[in-house]
Write a new protein. Structure first.
Length: 82
């Protein structure tokens, strides 16, 4: 009895993991699409977090903000990729 319940639980977990992996892949594709759109637009686009750090900026943003793209996003990688 206990083995069947354990097997059922294991199968349910494997199904859930597969669902989450598919969801994660979809999110990655959506993020890549948004990134492509943001980078393609010729107008400056940027976003800051609640601490006013840049988290997204396209190539036109530094021109508008009078800073380099690397400078604008310097904190992004320290913040987002912890």
């Amino acid at each position: 009895m206990a083995n069947k319940s354990l097997a059922d639980d294991t199968a349910a977990l494997h199904a859930r993991i597969a669902d989450l992996e598919q969801y994660n892949a979809t999110l990655k594709q959506d993020l890549q699409l948004l990134r492509t759109i943001i980078d393609t637009i010729s107008s400056p686009i940027y976003a800051k977090d609640r601490d006013f750090r840049f988290i997204v900026a396209n190539q036109q943003s530094p021109i508008c903000l009078a800073c380099s793209h690397r400078t604008c996003l310097a904190n992004r990688y320290r913040t987002v990729r912890r």
